[in-house]
Ligand binder design. Structure first.
Ligand code: SF4
Length: 387
């Protein structure tokens, strides 16, 4: 008898896009999609571990399902960031917790799904296109480098072909997805450098990494501006959005491409995380408050109708009152269209959890959350984000 599957997706837009490929992965193995969870033989949970609460949601769902369905409970398959992090997280704490709390579950690491499966997309105007997976930045609070591993960019031609196919299928908008889209292609370049070769960008310009002395770190020119231009020029595309960006890799070349192509979305998500240099340094974010504000100025001067959104973490270990007020001040100065505020949540394996402790009391974190929320949404449609 042909087994039926059902996919439940938690977390971010990239997880939604991954679930579209996981759907094809199961169909190509002869499974049929179930209309409801209850009629499924296999329940695939595409998980998120960005916060403690996100992880608990998975365990909570399986517990209530087992209580409700008893021996009719479908087989549970865990995929996405929970298994990704459990496999990579050095202390092994996460894997132990997973095995203890879901002893019956099967595991499907995303790498086994790969990119060769054509996504089964939801009907609509917008198609999500994954351009890379993983991240090499190791921001001190972030579990993504553990949950999704090192950055791997998809081949330029494969991405352009997938966008053209989406347009042919009737989609008029695309969202280019990655944990840090701005560094798209940096891994290709690093590969070449290892081999001692120079790297040639589309258009023939030869590039070498630039050493940023005070950070003792290389700034690597990336392929993202060229990819964005290649996609924006595809006939029939009304809007091209991209998420998520890291200010460190946001080049003037990218600003120029955005300014010249009107179908590139004028809503830009540019996470700053904190307005204090001391906190940014502890977060291992490689830019300063001044550099961020100057980037914002350069973007606004070339693209006057830009609307900026951002992420800010309050209550990061060691954040003093004064440092918090620097974040409040930065939000006032930039006047973001939307500010996604989170209070710091320790995640297993991250450098902050290992080395910085969690010294800001939850009551104080919540006080700062509401204080910044009031400033960020003054006169704007409220967008409180519960965590
Ligand atoms: S750049 Fe983003 S995804 Fe990468 S480690 Fe930092 S916060 Fe996480």
């Amino acid at each position: 008898m042909t087994e039926k599957f059902f996919i439940k997706t938690f977390g971010c837009q990239q997880n939604v896009a991954d679930s579209e490929r996981i759907e094809q992965f199961y169909r190509s193995r002869g499974f049929l999609p179930a209309e409801t969870l209850e009629e499924a033989d296999v329940l695939i949970l595409n998980t998120c571990v960005i916060r403690d609460k996100a992880e608990e949601k998975v365990y909570g769902m399986v517990r209530s399902l087992t209580e409700r369905l008893g021996d009719k409970t479908p087989r549970i398959v865990i995929t996405g960031c929970l298994i990704g992090a459990a496999v990579r997280e050095p202390s092994g704490k996460l894997m132990k917790r997973l095995m203890k709390r879901l002893p019956e579950a099967e595991f499907l690491p995303l790498e086994e799904v790969g990119f060769e499966h054509t996504p089964v997309r939801a009907k609509g105007q917008m198609a999500s296109i994954v351009i890379s997976n993983g991240c090499n930045n190791y921001c001190a609070f972030c579990i993504v480098p553990f949950s999704r591993g090192k950055e791997r960019s998809r081949a330029f031609a494969d991405i352009v072909a997938e966008v053209k196919q989406a347009v042919a299928d009737g989609y008029t908008e695309v969202t280019l997805l990655g944990q840090n889209v701005n560094s798209y292609g940096a891994d290709f370049l690093l590969e070449k450098i290892k081999e001692g070769e120079e790297y040639e960008l589309p258009g023939g310009q030869k590039v070498q990494p630039i050493m940023v002395k005070h950070l003792n770190r290389h700034r690597i020119p990336t392929l993202f501006p060229y990819l964005l231009e290649g996609v924006a020029l595809i006939p029939g595309l009304k809007k091209v959005t991209f998420i998520s960006s890291n200010p460190w890799d946001f080049s003037d070349k990218l600003i120029d491409v955005m300014a010249r192509h009107k179908n590139v979305d004028r809503v830009l998500h540019l996470p700053v995380q904190s307005g204090s240099d001391a906190v940014l340094k502890r977060m291992n974010r490689w830019y300063t408050r001044t550099e961020y504000l100057s980037l914002v100025e350069r973007i606004k001067s070339r693209i006057p109708d830009i609307q900026l959104t951002t992420d800010i973490i309050v209550g990061f270990p060691g954040e003093t009152r004064a440092q918090f007020e620097e974040s409040v001040d930065l939000v006032r100065r930039v006047d973001f269209a939307k500010t996604f505020i989170a209070w710091y949540s320790p995640r297993p394996g991250t450098t902050a959890t290992k080395g910085l402790g969690d010294d800001i009391l939850i009551e104080e974190k919540q006080r700062r959350f509401h204080e910044l929320d009031a400033v960020a949404f003054k006169g704007k449609k409220s967008l409180k984000m519960a965590l």
